[in-house]
Ligand binder design. Structure first.
Ligand code: M6R
Length: 641
């Protein structure tokens, strides 16, 4: 939800989790289950609405879902607990106080319609003024409330024109409503007089449908209903979907019959549970060896070649490429930076990495021969989606690396390589990063193979190393006790710096990003050689500096330069935490803390060196008493620009 008040220039922006259910069971418990799984998308407030016995019953509360659950328990309303049709919402806001009053659902003035919303209604101020002129009194500051009043008005008008009460009336009301809205939105609505239907509309904001037996589901992502069904439908842009216990009907905003794309979810509910870990993040860190193995599965032939059948670009398309852009945000951007080193080395094509939010504003030069690789765990990041569209407008070919089936970014791309990481619930990205790296390596090797710039045995040698990483990683994960102790020890540090060269540089950025977002500490990553050009002034007696040391088996000079940089920071009082591969004994002399990782070829090293940094950040955050899975101010899926 975003509120844009043009008069006062106050702008409130939010990304949210959305669930809808209709069927034979009480909706409330199913909707709450879904919200629990979607809470990572936003946790500023939560709310539910259920149709029961000719009334819309709502409950909503500022703060985490637990507050809503407590309010529901205290109210002990048998009606809300029993109704078979319901919707629920978790909200995230960047500005503005998240309050009970602004929490969703929003109910129309006549009490007939309840609406939840993710996205932005850009023409909110104008619509609000129009509605107020007709006597509507607003009960919140949100843009969403406009949609509730508009929908109620459209439904009323349709009834008055003689259309009988029923699901179709609600769907037509929604179509008429969304035709008046500008911006990006997913809207879900229920109506007292249509007790067996939930209607939804989608434009530039995520929504998937779950197909059950005598029951159907709507949600921002499949994790919300995975416990009940693994059959899902991905929707296109500008579609309205109506779910009833008996069926699913999809139309365009103009009413034309349309179809979604059916898919089967290949992971089960347990993948979205903590499974005995204190945090999802710890579970997801532990899942990394399997996630890498799953991402490699089926993509390698017996002869060690890369087989990317699902990448719908012909070999000729790939041979025609003369330039590559990699576009992403946050952790996915850091993965893209690693990919640049690998692709330029293996494929010998120029490759630029861009922050998605900056890409289109600098008029990048793209054409048919440009390959744009967009990387996104969620597949819904608005900055990345907008960059993708900009690339497509200029006729570039777009290949997505994505973890989320049914999401917008892969659907709008020319080709997709899915990472098979399974659901990532913790806001901080961990297994998504490592599987993105694997996907980038596969694409780099595939390009090199197709373009004939690497010999088959060279590709096979890298592939063999990639295949051995899950085992190496398991060993590494078993030896992290010292890193945990170090994390507890660092909990009072005021700043932590990270340095690395070559692929160690994005690892340093990723280590700093993890620490910032989880521990709320000042942390910065630098190219090790850049430190002496300014940032070295930050180093004081005892400043922790994490140093990512390249393998001595790679370019020896690179490793030696990093060792010199470590000496430089030590000479200025830094407390050095050195990450170096097993067998590199010389570095021990420069390390206050030495973290060993298994020896790995230079370009693949981030698959190892990142992991201690994930654990370090998690441990420091937990020692500081923070909610590791849901850090303040963040949301998992950033669906606004
Ligand atoms: O879903 P995406 O990969 O597109 O998300 C991009 C970033 O928002 C994301 O990686 C973010 O930086 C993570 N919270 C970092 O841990």
């Amino acid at each position: 939800m975003r509120m844009t008040d043009e008069r006062s220039s106050v702008r409130v922006t939010a990304m949210c989790g959305i669930v809808g259910y209709v069927g034979g069971r009480p909706a409330l418990s199913i909707v709450l289950d879904g919200l629990r799984r979607l809470e990572y998308r936003g946790y500023d407030s939560a709310g539910v609405a259920v149709v029961e016995d000719g009334t819309v019953l709502t409950q909503k509360k500022a703060g985490k879902l637990a507050n809503l659950e407590k309010a529901l328990a205290e109210a002990a309303d048998p009606g809300i607990a029993a109704g078979p049709t319901g919707i629920g919402h978790t909200r995230w806001a960047t500005h503005g106080g998240p309050t009970d009053r602004n929490a969703h659902p929003h109910v129309s003035q006549d009490g007939n319609v309840a609406v939840i919303h993710n996205g932005i209604i850009e023409n909110f101020s104008r619509l609000r003024a129009e509605l107020e002129a007709t006597g509507v009194e607003f009960a919140s500051d949100t843009d969403t409330e406009c949609a509730a009043h508009l929908l109620a008005g459209e439904v009323r008008a349709l009834r008055e024109s003689g259309l009988a009460d029923g699901p179709e009336l609600l769907a037509e009301g929604m179509r008429r409503t969304v035709r008046r809205l500008e911006g990006a939105f997913t809207l879900l609505a229920i109506d007292v007089r249509v007790p067996d239907a939930v209607v939804a509309a989608r434009r530039n904001s995520p929504l998937v449908v779950g197909r059950g037996n005598g029951e159907n589901f709507l949600a921002s992502d499949v994790s919300a209903f995975i416990e009940y069904t693994r059959d899902a439908i991905e929707l296109g842009q500008d579609q309205v979907v109506l779910i009833t216990p008996a069926g699913i009907e999809i139309t365009g905003f103009d009413g034309s019959p349309q179809e979604g794309k059916e898919f089967h979810i290949d992971w089960d509910a347990s993948a979205a549970e903590k499974g005995g870990y204190d945090y999802f993040m710890l579970k997801e860190i532990a899942e990394q060896p399997q996630a890498i193995a799953d991402t490699l599965l089926g993509r390698l032939s017996d002869r060690g070649e890369i087989v990317l059948d699902e990448v719908r670009l012909t070999d000729q398309d790939l041979r025609d490429v003369d330039k590559i852009f990699i576009i992403a945000c946050g952790t996915s951007y850091n993965a893209g930076m690693v990919a640049k080193y690998a692709i330029e080395h293996w494929v010998r094509l120029p490759c630029e990495v861009e922050l998605a939010s900056e890409f289109r504003y600098r008029d990048p030069i793209l054409d048919r021969s440009t390959l744009v690789i967009v990387i996104s765990q969620s597949g819904e990041t608005m900055d990345t989606l907008m960059a993708l569209r900009h690339a497509k407008e200029q006729k570039a070919r777009v290949l997505a690396i994505c973890n989320t089936n049914g999401s917008t970014i892969p659907r709008e791309s020319d080709a997709v390589l899915y990472t098979h990481g399974g659901p990532e619930i913790a806001v901080a990205s961990t297994k998504a990063f490592l599987t993105q790296l694997v996907a980038c390596y596969l694409i780099g090797l595939h390009l090199a193979q197709v373009r004939g710039v690497m010999y088959a045995d060279e590709v096979a040698a890298v592939v063999e190393k990639l295949q051995s990483t899950p085992d190496s990683l398991r060993g590494l994960l078993d030896s992290m006790e010292d890193v945990r102790a170090l994390g507890r020890d660092l909990k009072t540090a005021s700043t932590v710096l990270f340095i690395g060269r070559h692929v160690g540089y994005p690892v340093a950025l990723e280590g700093a990003l993890k620490l910032k977002e989880l521990a709320y500490m000042h942390a910065e990553g630098f190219a090790a050689g850049e430190l002496k050009h300014g940032p070295i002034a930050l180093i004081d007696q005892g400043t922790p500096v994490v140093c990512v040391v390249p393998s001595p088996a790679g370019r020896g000079v690179m490793r030696d330069k990093v060792v010199s940089n470590i000496q430089e920071v030590r000479a200025r009082g830094a407390r050095t935490i050195v990450i170096a591969e097993e067998g590199d004994d010389d570095v021990a002399a420069f390390a206050d803390h030495l973290i060993r990782v298994p020896a790995t070829p230079t370009l693949l090293a981030p698959l190892m060196t990142t992991v201690p940094l994930q654990i370090l950040a998690c441990e420091i955050a937990s020692a500081r008493g923070h909610d590791v899975d849901q850090p303040r101010n963040l949301a998992k899926s950033v669906t606004v620009e």
